[in-house]
Ligand binder design. Sequence first.
Ligand code: NAD
Length: 516
Amino acid sequence: MSTPKFKNEPILDFSDKKNLSKIQKALEQVESKFGQEYPLIINGEKIHTDAKLKSINPSKKGQVVSVFQKATKELAEKAILEAIKVFNKWKNVPPKKRAKILFKAANIVRRRRFEINAWMISEVGKNYVEADADTAEAIDFLEFYGREILRYSKKQPLTKVKGEDNELVYIPLGAGVVIPPWNFPFAILVGMTSAAIVTGNTVVLKPSSDSPMMGWLFYEVMEEAGLPKGVLNFVPGSGSEVGDTLVSHPKTRFIAFTGSKEVGLHINQLAAQHQPGQFWIKRVIAEMGGKDSIIVDDEANLTDAVNGVVTSAFGFQGQKCSACSRAIVNEKVYDKFIDMLKEKVGQLKVGPAKENYPVGPVVSSNAYNSILSYIEIGKTEGRLIYGGNPCGDEGFYIEPTIIIDVEPNARISLEEIFGPVLAVLKAKDFNHALEIANNTEFGLTGSVYTTNKKKIKRAKEEFYVGNLYFNRKCTGALVGGHPFGGFNMSGTDSKAGGRDYLLLFMQAKLWSEKIN
Ligand code: NAD
């Protein structure tokens, strides 16, 4: 039977009472499991260490969600060596069989959807719809990459050479390391890991210390889907200690990383250093930070623009690499835009993720302190017109914050804050707006609100970002429809969820046979 065409998984509607009651029940069930301990897994072996890593509920910071093991350097090394051993078998498993495991995993995630959402709401503070969109994206990655490997395993077109029989095939790389961030704690982790596995590689997965539970859940899903032991190894631990060991190991063939610019550059540098006994140049896929702008032109529908800016800036508390952190507004509509913006943001209430507030907590005390210190910087660089304060000390809550009259070269205009803080900048005209939009070292997403087709054409040519949108928000890329990845310091433009992505986890081999 042929595989049905890929289509995106619809997101659940929580105004439907049935869905609402299911998520509330799942939250209660998950809460009854808070504080439980989970092992790390190397080649199927469950291992406990002396040092532990606790994941915390950011909505209620005294609450320990789960307890994990903290891998040592020795265990990290063991994980890579075991992954190599298993690679030698896994690489021979036919692509069809590998794809089948991903399709099965997608169905298991569908079955466990409310539970996965509930863990995510508890562990990183997403509201219901943000959590469900994350889980739906994970399902999309499994379905999409399963189909993609089937495409890559078909006969590849080559120019006919007389007297020869030629063929090109894609083969896996080896044992690699997957290092995801906490902000799309399921989708990105599942996407990077499943791409690596379905192409025939084995993986050591080091989850983010802020969201290890999401990595554990994926491990369980893949085990149930029939993934042989040792193909996926689950190794939580300190980024600097375990991460560095995994990245620099001579047997590590590739590193798939998504996270900050600083860590991405560090990994890239470390991976480039040749180690004794290393046979290859390590491949690094590094998707990094963003400082994303929305241009609001004078020829724009301002209501749409305000809605797009607010959703992009404050959805999941601005903790998306694609979040709008700068609104660049034409001076002719600047004052009106700000009045409308303030009114709209005033409707956003802050509170616990479990109660589904539009704005929940930020993920950790580190994030909380860093964002608050950027707000202090922002107060000296522009005019704070909304928010700016922490709220309540039960969790890491910060008001949605708007700072206007920010100069293009101000720190809050150039540096990634990764929180609910929006800088508003005034542009003289469209040229000026484009010039400001391109003035950071990042190049991930951007959006332009205008009804002028000529300006859209210009932005297509000149707005230098990997994902550019028109008259819509700059967040919410869909697998298949909006392959995702950025330019410059936003990373290697891997275009996750696109047709080029699996190539990054494979190498092409050509054979040519003389025939008479
Ligand atoms: P981070 O860089 O702090 O951490 C990312 C991962 O790297 C975590 O798993 C962490 O434990 C690990 N790590 C830390 N130090 C390490 C080391 N020395 N060696 C190996 N691994 C190490 O980022 P974060 O706070 O988890 O995520 C937020 C960042 O991710 C933001 O900058 C955001 O823009 C970016 N992001 C980018 C994309 C994208 O597609 N471009 C998507 C999501 C998030």
